[in-house]
Design a protein around this ligand. Sequence first.
Ligand code: SAM
Length: 204
Amino acid sequence: MADTDLTFPQGFFDRSDARDDAVFYGPPRLVQHIDDAAVATVSAFYDEVGVDGDVLDLMSSWVSHLSTPPRHLTVLGMNTAELRANTWAHERVVHDLNADPRLPFADASFDTVVSTVSVDYLTRPVEVFREVARVLRPGGTFAIAFSNRCFPTKAVRGWLATDDAGHVRIVRDYFTASGAFGEPVDEQRPSAGDPVFTVRATRA
Ligand SMILES: C[S@@+](CC[C@H](N)C(=O)[O-])C[C@H]1O[C@@H](n2cnc3c(N)ncnc32)[C@H](O)[C@@H]1O
């Protein structure tokens, strides 16, 4: 039995579209997944975290929602055209985290890892969170932002079965189950548009 099974009930990570993620994410979506007000709120959150230096945007697309370009930005996602359109990126990696949760980066490569409106698509999140800790430098932060919107066929069943407060609990549980971070900090951030929830924690 995997250790994630102890925390999350059977079926939690099932999805109604169980096909390979490459099928769904094959066509580029050069769109904004949350409204302008929520984007501004996410950028302010990342400013507060202090996103600079070597940064990884996990589950990225054509925009990383940072207010200023970091020294070195690596973006990892599913779609080559989306990542190519991310003009702030220095390095672009197409990698399916559900097929292989290992991150193709050396230990302690990044100062900060961010992930925006995507954590709900992970089917092996605890392994991914452990990997994020491995590639973070000591004291580095994993900062996650999400809203109340998603691609329902690709979000995990456990996420779809609960509400905003439940989503915050789920992300906190991913951090805790990974055993690789300090105490997570969660907040609902003021947004004039789509709601924005954040959970962050520092590498243990
Ligand atoms: C709703 S979009 C959000 C994109 C971007 N973070 C943003 O804020 O605009 C979800 C993103 O998650 C990425 N994604 C989904 N499943 C993934 C997987 N299995 N492995 C890696 N990335 C994945 C996709 O490439 C897609 O760009």
